[in-house]
Ligand binder design. Structure first.
Ligand SMILES: CC(C)(COP(=O)(O)OP(=O)(O)OC[C@H]1O[C@@H](n2cnc3c(N)ncnc32)[C@H](O)[C@@H]1OP(=O)(O)O)[C@@H](O)C(=O)NCCC(=O)NCCS
Length: 169
């Protein structure tokens, strides 16, 4: 079975309240991570229609502070699926309420694994990317998976063929 990233698209719009801020009155990083994790979890469930667990946070870039009172929109989509694991890209946007303009604040890449009721990994549908951005994210997903497995001690770097190809080996 094959599904498009669009089929897993998950959009959550919410406001940043004072209790969720750091001493500079910007959104606390851990709070944002939790919101991103929730959006990614729903995207992974929509793709797999199974129970899913977070296996790894592969990358997060806090590029722009998010002030208290901001209206933020979190968009998550499955970019590639392997056997039981799925890479999810999540983008965070701040909305200017007056102009309605959206500014990209942060992004992250999560890995979720679909499991059965005993926690054992189960197979998920493949992904068919459609847009240029979806194709670019799909292409890079295997080397990001290999990097994540190396960093977590689950893969020997010499077996990371896709990652090594980046450096011409
Ligand atoms: C995630 C989990 C199911 C993986 O179990 P496992 O015994 O390592 O199973 P496997 O080795 O078969 O790995 C399953 C898949 O996860 C992938 N995976 C495991 N760790 C990974 C990591 N750090 N980065 C990327 N992918 C990872 C494997 O490559 C494999 O992918 P594939 O089936 O698509 O090829 C297991 O570690 C787990 O349940 N962890 C706890 C999850 C959790 O509770 N999360 C919430 C945090 S509080």
């Amino acid at each position: 079975m094959v599904k498009t990233p669009k089929e897993s698209l998950t959009t959550i719009t919410d406001i940043v309240l004072p209790g969720e801020s750091n001493p500079l009155n910007n959104l606390f990083g851990g709070e944002l991570l939790a919101r991103m994790d929730r959006a990614c979890s729903i995207a992974a469930q929509r793709h797999s229609r199974r129970i899913v667990v977070t296996a790894s946070v592969n990358h997060v870039a806090f590029n722009k502070a998010v002030p208290v009172g901001s209206v933020i929109t979190i968009e998550a989509k499955v970019s590639r699926a392997f056997k039981s694991s799925m890479e999810i890209y999540v983008d965070v946007w701040i909305e200017d309420i007056e102009s309605q303009e959206r500014t990209k604040a942060n992004e992250g890449i999560y890995t979720f694994v679909a499991v059965d009721t005993t926690g054992m990994p189960v197979q998920v549908p493949k992904v068919l990317p459609e847009t240029d951005l979806e194709k670019e994210r799909f292409e890079g997903a295997l080397r990001r998976k290999q990097l994540s497995l190396i960093l977590s001690g689950k893969m020997d770097p010499k077996d990371a063929t896709e990652l090594k190809a980046l450096f011409g080996n």
